[in-house]
Design a protein around this ligand. Structure first.
Ligand SMILES: Cc1cc2nc3c(=O)[nH]c(=O)nc-3n(C[C@H](O)[C@H](O)[C@H](O)COP(=O)(O)O)c2cc1C
Ligand code: SF4
Ligand code: FES
Length: 616
């Protein structure tokens, strides 16, 4: 039940949306903030506030993994166990927690202080092993640090080891090849840069909207973005200006921009840094896009776990409103714009653009069939652009420095510009690095990532987040741009590169990724929902040493029955780890079957059931 204090916030929340149901996640999140979980009473109260039935609220609440539907301990320890964290010790972290607190995943300490859960990627993959405790992230954990976190939480309820605004690597990390100019990570390199409005303005921020608003025709701005060749940084690489041009000009009703800040593709943690360290450059990009497409309302859909990121964006929005960069008649241009932060509640699929729209409308985040595309029928059935955080952050610079400047960087004309790559895995210097597109994978690994850790040999690379097919060390001279990676048989995707060493079992790696995909399948299509479960069960069997020769063909047949048969691209993504490891590392699968155990662990393991995925 909402307290008097929380009740005061509710009218403001409802005002942000044209339909009441959109306040569903904000209210569910608010209920959880108040009580630590979402009770049936809270769901009834929310149903009343939104003119819905309680089962409707329950239906939505059960979809999102962050919402606790039963009481839990005072501190909720959530350990990411997705592949990139598992490579560098998340399983050991779970053991340390057990040693310190005597709890396993799903359990609560007897005093009710701590509950431990394992979760999927939290966009902290380069700073693993990590855990989220209530609102805070704790990263690069050691056994010593874990002890201190628990000690501090027990005694004071807080711990100073929590990560502040995210930045990794630290500025002092030396990279060999830094002879070009950074764009998106440039401001935050300046000593003392805080990401405040003042600092952003000092660095030349909000000049682009002065050039454009009321002075340039919206179509001319779209032309500039088209000419720059900018392609979306969220995954698919669609040309941004072309996407904006699809919005009907004569549409009489509202149009929308949704900034996709869901960042949940395992391996990816760059949007987090952009939003927490330099939020105004993202906001300026949002204002410019809205002006170009004629939108007067924009929502930043940010993943629920980014509680600090959401607060910092809210702060930046307040500063921008105060300065007259948002709201009515911006800078006297006659252009009005309201921007709101909308927090998700834990569901990878809400990064898919139409699932994001469903979620924003207060429903379960299940992708829509396309067409119609969002440009024609998007949020509330209105023309809508969805763009990634990094895509939008590029726009002010394209306006200030011209499309030719942007086109001159990187792999022109098809993949121009810089890209912020998130590096993770068995390398010396994981972190976010901004480079011109088109440098080679080898340069990325050696000059930025600092090479493989502990003198080990490289075995496999995932070049674009969990959804991208595995590559091998033979692909080190491939260019890091959309075309180069596609020619090599994978995809640039979200710009997340994971390097794995010679000791990594490829069957285990595929199994870990399938655990993620099985958990995150929204359940709408049978091939994806059921197929992910069967694929995972076979991989479990194989990794446990009980694989059969027929399993290899069976895996490929199952993958073939999923490929191209699903509503969204998730289906194709979930088979990529299997088809690509079978292509490059078939001998490892065969060794598991022949030896009756995982050759990297050397002993048969117990068979574990695949469980059921959430949300269906
Ligand atoms: C399963 C799935 C998950 C996705 N997750 C994200 C995400 O977390 N962030 C993102 O920006 N795009 C994500 N995308 C891509 C979006 O659907 C969409 O293409 C993108 O937000 C468009 O923005 P862009 O053109 O600026 O890249 C995902 C796509 C799929 C199929
Ligand atoms: S492919 Fe999977 S995630 Fe996508 S709509 Fe179908 S069931 Fe949902
Ligand atoms: S935070 Fe663990 S894989 Fe991303």
């Amino acid at each position: 039940m909402f307290s008097a204090e929380a009740k005061k916030q509710i009218p403001d929340i409802l005002k942000r949306y044209p339909i009441k149901a959109s306040a569903m996640l904000p209210l569910l999140n608010l209920a959880q903030e108040e009580e630590g979980w979402v009770s049936e009473d809270s769901m009834r109260e929310i149903a009343k506030l939104l003119d819905l039935t309680p089962p409707k609220v329950y239906e939505v609440a059960t979809f999102y993994t962050m919402l606790n539907l039963k009481p839990i301990g005072r501190f909720h320890l959530q350990v990411c166990k997705s592949l990139m964290c598992a490579l560098v010790g998340s399983d050991t972290l779970i053991q340390w927690i057990d040693q310190e607190l005597g709890i396993k995943p799903g359990e609560t300490t007897e005093d009710g202080m701590f509950t431990l859960s394992t979760v999927e990627c939290l966009a902290s993959c380069g700073t693993a092993p990590m855990m989220q405790v209530n609102d805070d992230y704790f990263e690069r954990l050691t056994h010593e640090k874990v002890r201190q976190v628990f000690e501090d939480l027990r005694t004071t309820g807080k711990c100073s080891l929590a990560t502040g605004p995210f930045r990794w690597p630290e500025p002092e990390v030396v990279v060999l090849m830094a002879a070009f100019e950074k764009v998106l990570l440039k401001n935050m390199d300046m000593p003392g840069y805080s990401g405040s409005l003042k600092d952003y303005e000092k660095a030349g921020g909000y000049q682009a909207i002065r050039t454009v608003l009321g002075k340039m025709k919206p179509d001319d701005l779209i032309d500039i973005v088209k000419k720059s060749g900018l392609r979306g940084r969220g995954g698919a690489g669609f040309p941004t200006g072309v996407k904006w041009g699809f919005i009907p000009k004569d549409h009489p009703g509202p149009k929308y921009l949704c900034c996709n800040a869901d960042e949940s593709e395992p391996g990816t943690f760059k949007d987090r840094q952009l939003m927490e360290r330099d939020p105004h450059q993202v906001l300026e990009g949002i204002i410019l896009c809205c002006y170009a497409i004629g939108a007067h309302t924009s929502y930043i859909y940010i993943r629920g776990e980014f509680i600090l990121g959401a607060k910092l964006l809210e702060k930046a929005l307040a500063e921008a409103c105060e300065a007259g960069y948002l709201g009515k008649n911006i800078l006297g241009s006659g252009f009005d714009l309201d921007v709101y932060v909308h927090r998700g509640a834990g569901a990878y699929i809400c990064g898919e653009e139409t699932a994001l729209l469903e979620s924003l409308e207060g429903k379960r985040g299940k992708p829509r069939t396309k067409p119609p595309f969002p440009a024609i029928s998007g949020l509330y059935g209105k023309p809508t652009v969805i763009n990634n955080v990094e895509t939008l952050a590029n726009i002010p610079y394209i306006v200030n420095r011209g499309p030719e400047w942007f086109m001159s960087i990187g792999s022109s004309p098809k993949s121009p510009g810089t890209r912020v790559f998130s590096l993770s895995g068995h390398i010396a210097q994981p972190g976010n690095y901004e480079v011109p597109m088109g440098i080679t994978m080898r340069e990325m690994l050696e000059d930025y990532g600092g090479g493989m850790r502990d003198g080990k040999k490289l075995k496999a690379i995932i070049p674009g987040g969990a959804s991208a097919a595995f590559l091998t060390e033979e692909h080190l001279d491939v260019k890091l741009d959309f075309e180069g990676i596609a020619e090599a048989g994978s995809m640039l995707g979200s710009g997340a590169i994971t390097f794995m060493n010679e000791d990594t079992c490829m069957v285990w790696a595929a199994e870990r990724l399938l655990e993620f995909f099985h958990h995150e399948s929204c359940g709408k299509c049978t091939p994806c929902r059921e197929g992910s479960m069967w694929l995972l069960q076979i991989l479990h069997r194989m990794e446990a040493g009980h694989g059969k020769h027929e399993d290899l063909d069976l895996l490929l047949r199952l993958c073939g029955n999923i490929e191209g048969q699903t509503v969204c691209a998730f289906g194709d993504a979930e088979i990529a780890p299997i088809t690509s490891t079978l292509k490059h590392f078939r001998h490892e699968y065969e060794a598991h079957i022949r030896d009756g155990c995982c050759p990297f662990r050397g002993q048969p393991a117990e068979l574990v059931g695949a469980g059921t995925s959430h949300g269906h």
